[in-house]
Design a protein around this ligand. Sequence first.
Ligand SMILES: [Zn+2]
Length: 119
Amino acid sequence: MHEFAIAEAIVRATQEVVHQNGGGKVEQIRLRIGELRQVVPDALLFAFDILKQDTPLEEASLEWETVPAQVRCKTCGVVYHPKDVFWECPSCGAFGAEVTAGEELEIVAITLREGSDAD
Ligand SMILES: [Zn+2]
């Protein structure tokens, strides 16, 4: 399950940001995940729920948008959305393309809980 590795990276990066901001609890994390990452949403949420225990992310929710895959044909330069594992150019029929979008794994926003220093 590579979702665990992804969740771990998210938790670690978020903790770093929280630390740099002087602590506090995280309310929400928003991400962008590329289609080519082939993340299974349920698996990612499951992994995140386990890894966030005993961290400032304990009560945080995870939301993300999926970035559609996009590749550019190496032969004619046409940009298209790859359908299968075989990337066949719809314009010239050539195989082989370079990825221009769809491999993202970015934290877009981290929302900290207000007034979390009550106790
Ligand atoms: Zn082409």
